[in-house]
Ligand binder design. Structure first.
Ligand SMILES: Cc1cc2nc3c(=O)[nH]c(=O)nc-3n(C[C@H](O)[C@H](O)[C@H](O)COP(=O)(O)O)c2cc1C
Length: 208
């Protein structure tokens, strides 16, 4: 059974067949459980309820750019687990699943770039849920032009804004790694007032 992490209708490796409401994952309910969740049924119910609560945590929805050591190793990935972490220095963290190709590239390249997407371009996040086709000569990923700034991690040319980060620290956080990067470059590629895409602008979920 596919993992329930993404819904609905996404073409990710794990979630291609998920319907509107995600089902419990293949690994079954995950503890710990609060008092009163004693039977298998109560635990399964609690597992689903906790997922719905976690899904309600507001978040942005970004495209994360990474690059490895080879010329053609570039990737863009849809990601919503991102946050600023410090005023001084300017630190931003992203949580990347260990099995993702992006994870390998961030480890190799020691950098990442977050593209903030214009709300009008919401359909674009569906294009980056599996490793992309790279055309270094044309400077496109899955046919979408990208630009590079200080670190060389790809940034969607049509992004509303970007933060380009050099990895300073990594934390193993369960099945993900939390990469903490210092912002070494940032800017707007569109009008500064362009509305930025958030998870709630889509029917997608991740996590839970
Ligand atoms: C709406 C949405 C949000 C996502 N957020 C994250 C995230 O925060 N971290 C993560 O590791 N994967 C996230 N993913 C999953 C990755 O986009 C997906 O696993 C992708 O296949 C990994 O890409 P890669 O193997 O090309 O690096 C999200 C997917 C969707 C559809």
């Amino acid at each position: 059974m596919a993992s329930p992490r993404v819904r609905p209708g996404d073409s990710t490796r794990r979630a291609a067949t998920l319907a509107d409401v995600a089902e419990p994952g293949g690994s079954g309910p995950i503890g710990p459980y609060p008092p009163g969740a004693d039977s298998d049924e109560q635990r399964a119910d609690y597992d689903k309820l906790r997922r719905r609560v976690l899904w309600r945590m507001p978040s942005g929805l970004y495209v994360l750019g990474s690059r490895g050591t080879e010329a053609a190793s570039r990737n863009l990935m849809t990601l919503n687990w991102a946050t600023q972490l410090s005023f001084d220095p300017k630190l931003v963290g992203v949580s990347v699943e260990r099995a993702a190709y992006t994870h390998e590239l961030v480890e190799q390249g020691g950098c990442f770039a977050l593209s903030l997407v214009d709300r009008e371009d919401r359909a674009i996040v569906r294009k980056f849920t599996k490793p992309v086709e790279v055309d270094v000569d044309a400077q496109t990923l899955n046919g979408f032009p990208y630009v590079e700034r200080v670190t060389g991690a790809p940034i969607l040319a049509q992004a509303a804004a970007f933060v380009d980060c050099k990895v300073q620290e990594r934390l193993e956080t369960g099945d993900h790694t939390f990469f903490i990067g210092e912002v070494v470059d940032s800017g707007f590629l569109r009008d500064e007032d362009a509305p930025i895409l958030r998870m709630e602008d889509t029917r997608m979920n991740y996590g839970g």
